[in-house]
Design a protein around this ligand. Structure first.
Ligand code: SF4
Length: 368
């Protein structure tokens, strides 16, 4: 398949679905750990066309959703400091912490700005030499290299008023944490294509080798995902567990060595706090000591109050661990909608609750 339209061809899709049905005999739970896959699956009704034996679960694949309240609070308190401009990507604005949200702060006059790239944030720093510009960096291995590059660029330009609040997270340790928790019996991971373009396929080998869980790195078009499901079911039915790459047009086993070198130059791996899971060892990035002049955690000393729990009834934590489907939250579609979100999984366009709400819950599938 060379062209985009071929990845959306309904006739080809029907064939792959038939093939999945033909080979699938044993019930399997397959988890996608990427918000973009959650959207592809929901938007194209892929859950609805699976045989009864195949259940698709959403995991901790939405970077905004997995950001802990404590980290959102830190960003809010930093933004409130005099002379600070806090820049971040749009999805973070509406994510509520029990105290506030960045958009609520902005409405109150706090200087919070939405940027489309870290270059925009650097430009704001250039244009406002008397202000301190903090970029609130949230995301997985995909966006981390651009943040690292912004730090290298700030150093090159000798910018003294640019720093990063780094809250980047790494996907394979989160997969390992879910497997260790053992709350959900998993039979395969639909691995994230974008993340894997950076890190390659090797970091998933632990899942296959140590836990016997098949992994397939998938592209983002409907036929990519269907083919990935076919490959996972085939492995499960054959009693195999290995890492396969469906997204061959983008992913190499060694990843993007240039991006990995940049990450290694600026960041070191640290423990990170994930919403719904807690602290996962070695699952985040922090700035290396030699870049501490650009590290907002080191530059600013703010007194952030202890984090509060999620609003009563919000099941985001369970949804991010694959323990619950979004429609099993009693607030789903009633008190909590994209217009009035209560939890982060309804805020981000890649959040599982938002995807289920927008494209249909697939509830009927439970009894299909
Ligand atoms: S529906 Fe809303 S309240 Fe319920 S889990 Fe999803 S985001 Fe949280």
């Amino acid at each position: 398949m060379k062209y985009l339209s071929e990845y959306r061809d309904p006739a080809l899709a029907r064939k792959v679905i038939e093939n999945i049905k033909k080979i699938s005999h044993t019930p399997v739970n397959l988890m996608e750990v990427c918000g973009t896959h959650t959207v592809t699956i929901s938007k194209n009704g892929i859950r609805q066309v699976m045989p009864k034996t195949v259940t698709l679960l959403s995991g901790p694949g939405c970077p905004v959703c997995v950001t802990a309240n404590e980290d959102i609070d830190k960003a809010i308190w930093l933004a409130r400091q005099p002379g600070v401009i806090l820049a971040t990507f749009g999805d973070m604005m509406k994510v509520p912490s029990p105290y506030s949200s960045l958009s609520a702060e902005k409405a109150e006059g706090v200087d919070v700005r939405v940027v489309y790239s870290t270059l925009d944030a650097l430009q704001i720093a250039d244009d406002n030499p008397n202000k301190k510009v903090i970029f609130f960096g949230v995301g997985f291995e995909t966006t981390s290299p651009t943040i690292a590059l912004s730090i290298l660029e700030a150093k090159k330009r000798k910018l003294k008023n640019y720093s990063v609040l780094a809250r980047h997270k790494l996907i394979p340790p989160a997969m390992a944490a879910l497997l260790s928790l053992g709350e959900v019996k998993l039979h395969g991971f639909i691995c994230p294509g974008h993340v894997s373009t950076i890190i390659g396929s090797k970091p998933y080998e632990f899942a296959a080798e140590e836990h016997g869980i098949p992994c397939v790195i998938s592209g983002f078009e409907p036929l990519d995902v269907l083919q990935t499901i076919y490959m996972l079911v085939r492995q499960a039915e054959n009693g195999e567990a290995r890492v396969e790459v469906q997204y061959k047009r983008s992913v190499r086993s060694e990843g993007n060595t240039t991006a990995l070198k940049i990450l290694d130059e600026v960041f070191e791996v640290c423990d990170a706090d994930w919403r719904g899971i807690g602290i996962i060892p070695n699952s985040g990035f922090k700035l290396k000591e030699e870049y501490s002049d650009f590290d907002a955690d080191k530059i600013f000393d703010v007194d952030v109050p202890p984090p509060k729990d999620d609003p009563p009834g919000c099941s985001c934590g369970e949804i991010l661990r694959g323990v619950k489907f979004p429609y099993q939250c009693k607030l789903f579609g009633k008190a909590c909608t994209p217009e009035r979100p209560i939890g982060p999984c309804m805020v981000s366009s890649e959040g599982a609750c938002a995807a289920y709400y927008r494209y249909g819950t697939g509830k009927a599938l439970v009894n299909r």
